[in-house]
Design a protein around this ligand. Structure first.
Ligand code: UT7
Length: 330
């Protein structure tokens, strides 16, 4: 019997309709379009109003099930990467299962910040390869606007809302996830985190007054770690699988900063044409960036294409996946 691998067999994204441009932000904080574009590559981002994060997941999953002709009752497991869950508990995955009618599925949330989707896909691959499950949905979604301080120009200009969902199924042609390298380093906590609201600093008047429920980021420090680690892990997965830049069809990088993406692509020896970049229109959607890239590029992907997915995020968390695309888009 041939080895079972875990393949993405469908991808669907969702972004809210409301657009917040750099010029809109100029009216809120002391910033300007030129600074944001040149330092990050972002031109606009989407903002979800009046709905919780699960709404993004429900929209993406409903679209995914419809386009792949999948019965919600056939889904075994839902893994949801997010740092902006609807509640402390229950999990957002639970809520999405209920709202979409995935009555036979179990599910859980995975807190890995910007690496949420690659951590989730790695986990799903293990369940598929072991034979335990046949249909898993991996979600990466965030409503970053819910935890941004719109008086802090160093963070509020970077992030946006959105995300997507992937259907993961067994494959016997050697397509899907070939290799994964996942890393983490909790010593990075102080550089990028949400200080308030957890058990370290439970919600109180004081934590609210001190704005501890918003994202805290020391951008310069995170930038240094992100550039080095995302490039290193991407080069490592190429080396480990004897891949040259010619063998790779697409780099699917986390969209945090165009300069980090460029550094990673350079290190891998890839030309711009092979790099998925949509940061200009969505900003950094945290766990949402990779599924949004795959969704935007789905029609250009061909069965057998070699993809490297790569991400770095708060925690710190980072990693890379070598994936063979499993289908031609209809
Ligand atoms: O996705 C998870 C991981 N996150 C990341 O990978 C983010 C990594 N970090 C970054 O992408 C960058 O560090 C930022 C985009 C966050 C910041 O860019 P930077 O080039 O590192 O800028 P900086 O923090 O060194 O700030 C440079 C200057 C400062 O002014 P002074 O001290 O030189 O006078 C800032 O106060 O830019 C100022 N500044 C701004 N100016 C206009 C900071 N934010 C803004 C702003 N508009 N929004």
């Amino acid at each position: 019997m041939s080895k079972i691998t875990a393949a993405i067999t469908g991808i669907q994204g969702y972004v809210p309709d409301d657009v917040m441009t750099n010029h809109d932000l100029e009216k809120i904080v002391d910033t300007n379009d030129e600074w944001i574009r040149s330092r990050t590559g972002i031109e606009e981002r989407r903002i979800l109003k009046g709905e919780p994060c699960s709404y993004i997941g429900v929209k993406a999953v409903e679209g995914l099930l419809a386009k792949t002709g999948t019965d919600p009752l056939d889904i075994d497991l839902v893994i949801c990467g997010t740092v902006t869950p609807d509640y402390g508990f229950p999990s957002t995955a639970n809520l999405i299962c209920d709202k979409v009618g995935m009555k036979n599925a179990w599910g859980y949330d995975l807190i890995a910040a910007c690496s949420g989707f690659i951590y989730g896909l790695t986990t799903a691959a293990a369940f598929i390869e072991s034979g335990k499950h046949k249909k898993i949905i991996v979600i990466g979604i965030d409503k970053m606007s819910a935890i941004l301080n719109y008086e802090d120009r160093t963070t509020c200009v970077i992030f946006g809302d959105g995300g997507g969902a992937a259907l993961v199924e067994p494959n016997e042609e050697g397509l899907g996830v070939v290799d994964t390298i996942m890393r983490s380093d909790g010593a990075g906590v102080e550089y990028l985190y949400q200080p308030g609201g957890g058990s370290a600093n439970p919600a109180s008047h004081e934590t609210v007054d001190q704005r501890m429920h918003f994202v805290h980021q020391e951008g310069k420090q995170v930038f240094k770690f992100a550039v080095t680690n995302m490039a290193d892990v991407s080069a490592e997965i190429m080396e480990r699988n004897n891949l040259t830049s010619d063998d790779i069809d697409w780099l699917v990088p986390h969209q945090a900063n165009l300069r980090i993406i460029d550094a990673t692509a350079n290190r891998m020896g890839l030309p711009k044409e092979k790099v998925m970049i949509n940061i200009q229109k969505y900003g950094n959607t945290t766990a949402g960036t990779l599924p949004l890239c795959l969704w935007d590029w789905e029609k250009q992907l061909k069965k057998g294409d070699n993809l490297i997915l790569s991400a770095f995020g708060g925690g710190f968390t980072w990693g890379a996946i070598y994936l063979k695309w499993a289908y031609d888009s209809k």
